[in-house]
Design a protein around this ligand. Structure first.
Ligand code: HEC
Length: 444
């Protein structure tokens, strides 16, 4: 393993893993030790190859036996500590659709294979390696939208967020089943948020004497301490447009693909413009980037329309030197909804997130707990079974920050920290995917 970024956290993770391994009886594979060709390749292809493949974000490819064998000891450590595959929420297997963790059985098989000398076995029995058409994990996209020009990322210095508008030229509404962001130059693309802004509504001339059209009632209600408008921003070179639209996709290590559950899809209106918010980080050489987003469209209109929104606390203040500062934000619902996913986001001082669903009957439950929040991994947690949220309920989010010297990632423990785009500033931001029960498009 390379130098761990969070030695203390890794040690804690290792202890936890040892404890849970002790509970699982050590491998007792019947008969011969597992082989790569028959037992291990299927596990690695399924669980690791999305990142560990040529051109992927992982530092080596699992598609080839010799490479894997050369990494055997690193793999033992990563798999037995639970550091890989990366996953940061505390929840039983099966809670999240996109849970990346290995099953106990798969983990035992990998460790037994390593103990047995990491044998290849019969090459003829290798499963076909997964293919990634043109590098896309979602398969060949139905539509690819790309920045119109390269952005030249300077060799060094801080780069303010850049915004690029990309017209979709969609002539009809599109139902998106999956989307994937493909950075042009991964070394400099720290993260991307993609927003979709529908065209301005045509001015309708009301018929004489017609009653005014009812304004749709918002379903999400924000606490008065929070904000309903776009987060505060500073000026940038490619300045943010007046309106961003709704967030439809994110990428950062680990979140390149957003795939909506069967029967649900996200609508992008005909004529929408995508806005790419690009966070570039310099890496020592001038580098050109031109990022794309690929869409896979649903084969038929879905039963449920997934809506994307956000809630955040733009008024956060983190006092200098303070550890364990908790900043909340709250989202209320005045209609029954199903929540499909949550995306917690802070910067380098964020250490933990927890979300509680408070129902109008007074009961509450923790719906997402991320005890080892890691800024380097940005994950949209997608519920395997969407959360049923009754009208009158609220989701309370709590984020904890460590602005002390004791936080090895803290850029400046002497600073009073407020909301800002850059990693030395902070955010308390949650993306949310939901659907409104009264607006089912067809029975299911
Ligand atoms: C979501 C993407 C992703 C998945 C899935 C994933 N990895 Fe990784 N892995 C990475 C990245 C990125 C790194 C390098 C950065 C780091 O160590 O955090 C890494 C690092 C590693 C390392 C350390 C390599 C070194 O040079 O020290 C090992 C070993 C590893 N992964 C094994 C695995 C195995 C085995 C699986 C599947 C069981 C897996 N990973 C799944 C992204 C992933």
């Amino acid at each position: 393993m390379r130098t761990p970024r969070h030695p203390a956290l890794l040690a804690a993770a290792a202890l936890a893993a040892v404890a849970s391994l002790a509970a699982v009886p050590h491998p007792a594979p019947p008969g011969a030790p597992p082989t790569f060709a028959e037992d291990v390749a299927p596990i690695l292809f399924r669980n690791c190859a999305t990142c560990h493949r040529p051109g992927g974000i992982g530092p080596f490819s699992v598609l080839d036996y010799d490479t894997v064998k050369a990494r055997a000891e690193d793999i033992r450590e990563a798999v037995s500590t639970g550091a890989m595959p990366p996953w940061h929420a505390e929840a039983p297997h099966g809670t999240f659709r996109n849970d990346r963790r290995l099953s106990d059985a798969d983990r035992r098989t990998i460790l037994a294979w390593l103990d047995g000398g990491a044998k290849l076995g019969d090459r003829a029995k290798l499963p076909p390696a997964p293919t990634f058409a043109g590098g896309w994990e979602i398969g060949t996209p139905d539509a690819v939208l790309t920045m119109a020009e390269d952005f030249v990322v300077p060799a060094r210095g801080t780069i303010e967020y850049q915004y690029f508008e990309v017209p979709t030229n969609f002539t009809e509404d599109k139902w998106v089943q999956a989307l994937e962001i493909m950075p042009g130059a991964r070394q400099v693309v720290h993260h991307v948020l993609v927003f979709a802004r529908p065209p301005a509504a045509p001015a309708v001339q009301p018929a004489a004497n017609a009653p005014p059209a009812p304004r749709p009632r918002p379903v999400l209600v924000f606490d008065e301490n929070n904000d309903t408008v776009d987060p505060p921003r500073r000026d940038t070179l490619h300045a943010p447009p007046r309106q961003l639209g709704t967030l439809v996709g994110t990428t950062a290590p680990g979140t390149n693909v957003l795939r909506f559950a069967e029967g649900t899809a996200l609508r992008i209106r005909a004529g929408s413009t995508l806005v790419f918010q690009m966070h570039y980080t310099a890496h020592g050489h001038e580098t050109r980037d031109r990022t794309s987003v690929g869409f896979a469209f649903a084969k038929e209109p879905p039963a449920e329309q997934v809506l994307a929104s956000q809630f955040f606390n733009g008024k956060l203040v983190l006092p200098p030197g303070k550890k364990d500062v908790m900043i909340p934000s709250t989202l209320g619902f005045n209609e029954a909804v199903r929540v499909h996913g949550l995306f917690p986001h802070t910067h380098l001082r964020g250490t933990r997130w927890q979300y509680t669903l408070e129902k109008p009957d007074g009961t509450s439950e923790v719906i997402l707990d991320v005890p080892r929040y890691d800024f380097n991994w940005q994950t949209y947690y997608l519920f395997a079974t969407p959360l049923e949220v009754p009208a009158g309920a609220r989701i309370v989010s709590r984020a904890w920050y460590d602005n002390s010297e004791g936080n090895p990632d803290n850029p400046d423990a002497a600073a009073e920290v407020r909301w800002g785009d850059q990693t030395w500033e902070e955010m308390q931001y949650t993306g949310i995917l939901y659907s409104v029960n009264s607006r089912r498009l067809r029975p299911r």
